[in-house]
Design a protein around this ligand. Sequence first.
Ligand SMILES: Nc1ncnc2c1ncn2[C@@H]1O[C@H](COP(=O)(O)OP(=O)(O)OP(=O)(O)O)[C@@H](O)[C@H]1O
Ligand SMILES: [Mg+2]
Length: 447
Amino acid sequence: MPLAEGRVLQIGIDQSEIGKDISRLIHGAILVGVLVAGLSVLVAYLVNRVIAGPILDLLAVVRRLQHREFGRRVLVRSEDEIGQLGRAFNELSETLEELFDAISDRERKLDAILSSMSDGVLAVNMQRKVILANRAVADMFNVDELSIIGKNQFEATRNTNLSKLLDDTIDSGESIVREMRVRPGSERTIAVTSSPLTNQDRTPLGAVAVLRDVTDLRHLEQMRQEFVANVSHELRTPLTSIKGFVETLLAGNLDDRALTERFLKIISGETDRMIALINDLLDLSRIESGKQPLKLGPVDIKEIFDDTIMILQSNADAKNMTVQNLIYDPVIVEGDEKLLKQVAINLVDNAIKYTPEGGTVTVEAIKSPDEVEIIVSDNGVGIPAQHLDRVFERFYRVDKGRARNMGGTGLGLAIVKHIVDKHKGSICAESRVGKGTKMRLTLRRMN
Ligand SMILES: Nc1ncnc2c1ncn2[C@@H]1O[C@H](COP(=O)(O)OP(=O)(O)OP(=O)(O)O)[C@@H](O)[C@H]1O
Ligand SMILES: [Mg+2]
């Protein structure tokens, strides 16, 4: 603004007023700031409560679920989307719990069935790794049931044939049955049925094998075959000889009275042998079948052996042998008298038969409160160690030629063993070749 010369316009402001204004402004700003901060805390709190809180709850329950804790539920705090999510989640975890229980239950049942099976079960996947094995398999291969899971099939079983069978099953997609030894040189035979494992759309998953121990079955089959062969052989030998003598006589030698008589005596002897054999067989099958129950009663062992020795005295005399019963007092057992006499006769008969001229046979008894051990000893030819267990098998003879010459068929001790077993007793042989044999028979005493 123009001013007259020499004039000065001076404008002055009171600074204290300005200061007041500024301070008012600052206070206002602080107040707004505090309000905004408070508001944001409130908003954050509300957001946390309404959204983040339930989600964190959910997360915590999911974590529990991962550890198979199905009991936990989400707290539903509202009816909005988050509340619905929580409710749906609770339902889902309930369903999961039921499903898990059902699966665990099935798994437990399957486990129980598999581990109580006497057959082995072994499953492998396409990579030939074991995915399932039960206790029977582990026992067969002498390994730990759990530690073979995940191992390669050969590493787990050490059986090349089984490995090959599983390979062949997977390669061919067909079931295969094969018999094999548990391991090379083993006595145990297993029959393995191996089948391909597939899922529902027939995609191959591996193979599962069922392993059955058939050792006893095969042994029985072999025994049956041997038995038939033995019986046929035992019958054919005397029959052939009878036929030979009869044909010789028929060929015009009937007039020779002495010859005829000699031949007829042989024929009669052979017939006796066959009758004895058939009687033995009938005895064996009767005892074995259990159809004829034991006629139990008190039996005096001393008397049984006294009678036996009397019956066989002439056999002993013919060989200049001494047979003595060193049981002086009655020893009473509960048993079938007729059968126990058969035992005694067989044992003393063997002792006389397999002892050379001039030998001695003794019978003695060792008593304990509940049992009595009867020992029939001889100083005869003895039984080589490797035959000791086997002499109780049917038709088993140590020296086949010699025993047959003596009229033996190898059934005597088999019958003895069966009778003793029926009496819940036991029998074993002890022997030294060239020195003699001891047959130890244990029976229960009757008090
Ligand atoms: N006391 C013994 N001393 C030596 N060997 C024996 C004795 N007892 C049995 N043996 C052997 O055991 C085998 C089987 O005996 P077992 O009594 O079963 O048949 P066996 O005497 O040959 O015929 P069987 O008794 O049927 O007439 C005999 O062949 C013999 O080799
Ligand atoms: Mg005999």
